[in-house]
Design a protein around this ligand. Structure first.
Ligand SMILES: [Zn+2]
Ligand SMILES: [Zn+2]
Length: 259
């Protein structure tokens, strides 16, 4: 299973795109601005979009992508998300004010978009790939995802603060690699706590939950462009300072992970 990183930044700037991953050709995990780097042909092949939550940095490209590919596609794009995320999209994005309601055009019987609500903990099989919906703790209802590849699970935390239930579950899995957010540096730890994101100090506490027998690559995502250097430095510091060093790596847009 190939996972292409389309965007892994916490904000936009030149060469910085917000969260989006492409699994194979047909499954998109979050629809941040990284989607805009795909060709029309690549976008047209996406049949399923899985959303972690309703925040703009994770959905920004969805309305624009649907518009771009609508004339190329014969079947609706399936948008898989929590019911609360679906409601937020309907009320605030596809509301015929910000953007047309693509779940009703060109006709309600044959729309461009179809919502597929899921629950946390649910396991779905899409395009032959098993995807599990993982818990997340954020300011709006949110989830993470795990997708099963041939060497183990690709696990993505989504936007989250400290989250014991997440570790309870992934410690039961054969994890091939973990993509975990660290949105803020330690000097912005108050902001991180209030906006329910991680900072290097809370990331360190979270990584201590990994069971001792497990060691897998940990990719840091969702760093703010203006703080990325500092966040990386703070993570390197804590990881060098403790007994058990983790295999921490940096994620960049354009990278592909084989799982
Ligand atoms: Zn968020
Ligand atoms: Zn975010």
């Amino acid at each position: 299973m190939k996972v292409r990183v389309l965007g892994c930044s916490g904000a936009i700037a030149k060469d910085c795109r917000t969260t989006s991953f492409l699994i194979g050709d047909r499954i998109l995990i979050d629809a941040g601005t990284g989607v805009g780097d795909l060709t029309l042909d690549e976008m047209g092949k996406i049949d399923h979009v899985f959303l972690t939550h309703s925040h703009l940095d994770h959905i920004a490209a969805l309305p624009l992508m649907l518009d771009a590919v609508s004339s190329l596609r014969k079947h609706p794009v399936q948008v898989h998300a929590l019911p609360e995320t679906v409601e937020a999209l309907q009320a605030h994005v596809f509301n015929n004010v910000i953007w047309p309601d693509f779940s009703a055009i060109p006709s309600p019987a044959s729309p461009f978009l179809k919502y597929q609500p899921f629950c946390t903990g649910e396991s779905l099989i899409v395009e032959g790939i098993e995807i599990e919906v993982l818990p997340a703790r954020h300011t709006v209802p949110a989830v993470g995802f795990a997708a099963r590849g041939t060497t183990g699970w690709w696990v993505f935390s989504g936007d989250t603060e400290r989250n014991p239930l997440f570790w309870d579950r992934i410690n039961q899995m054969t994890v091939a690699c973990l993509v975990i957010e660290t949105a803020f540096s330690n000097r912005e730890c108050d902001l991180a706590r209030r906006s329910l994101h991680l900072s290097p100090d809370t990331l360190a506490q979270e990584l201590a939950n990994i069971c001792l027998a497990s060691r897998y690559p940990i990719y840091v995502t969702h760093t703010k462009p203006s703080e990325t250097g500092l966040i990386m430095q703070e993570i390197r510091q804590f990881d060098a300072g403790q007994g058990r060093a983790h295999d921490i790596r940096w994620l960049s847009a354009g990278q592909a992970l084989e799982v």
